[in-house]
Design a protein around this ligand. Structure first.
Ligand SMILES: [Zn+2]
Length: 176
């Protein structure tokens, strides 16, 4: 991961205010106001072959799609990744993920959708950047919540542990 990419991402997230305690819906609303374009979150049943999150730019607003049924930190991380695409300005390729495009076009009027980005190929610079932004934002949420009691629903612990380890701060949320 290049240092300039890191710097670029740090700059993008530096001035963002995160709701505390963190709430993904609230963060989307705040971000929408900040950007002057409403940002809404929609939960849909994404086919398992598709990424667990997507973001689409419509004429008048942006929409983040999240696989229904995700909860807690896992859901936050998926949402933050898509927010990463949005604030990094990746929504320029109208069909970054052809399958995702077809799927969303069945839910939205294609004439309204300007571009779409699905979580598909992690090796592209766009994916790395979105993931890095998500990681940086999540680290800040982590810092907020470390001080309060953070209970983790069954099954989420592994995700949180993995993220905490990759952040390298050695803390395990929920530990006494
Ligand atoms: Zn992605």
């Amino acid at each position: 991961m290049s240092r300039s990419l890191r710097r670029q991402c740090a700059k993008l997230v530096k001035d963002l205010d995160l709701p505390s305690p963190f709430d993904l819906e609230q963060f989307c609303r705040n971000l929408g106001e900040l950007r002057g374009r409403p940002l809404t979150l929609m939960e849909i049943d994404l086919p398992s072959a598709l990424p667990c999150g997507m973001v689409a730019a419509l004429d008048d607003r942006d929409i983040i799609f999240i696989t229904a049924g995700l909860t807690g930190p896992h859901r936050d991380v998926v949402g933050l990744h898509e927010i990463g695409h949005l604030i990094a300005g990746h929504l320029t390729d109208p069909l970054a993920h052809p399958d995702a495009g077809r799927f969303v076009y069945t839910h939205l009027d294609p004439r309204l959708v300007r571009s779409i980005n699905g979580r598909s190929n992690y090796s592209t610079p766009e994916e790395q950047q979105a993931e890095l932004i998500a990681t940086m934002l999540f680290a800040r949420i982590n810092r907020f919540t470390a001080e309060s009691q953070w209970s983790i629903a069954g099954g989420e612990g592994g995700v949180v542990d993995r993220i905490s380890r990759s952040l390298g701060d050695g803390t395990t949320p929920g530990a006494p």
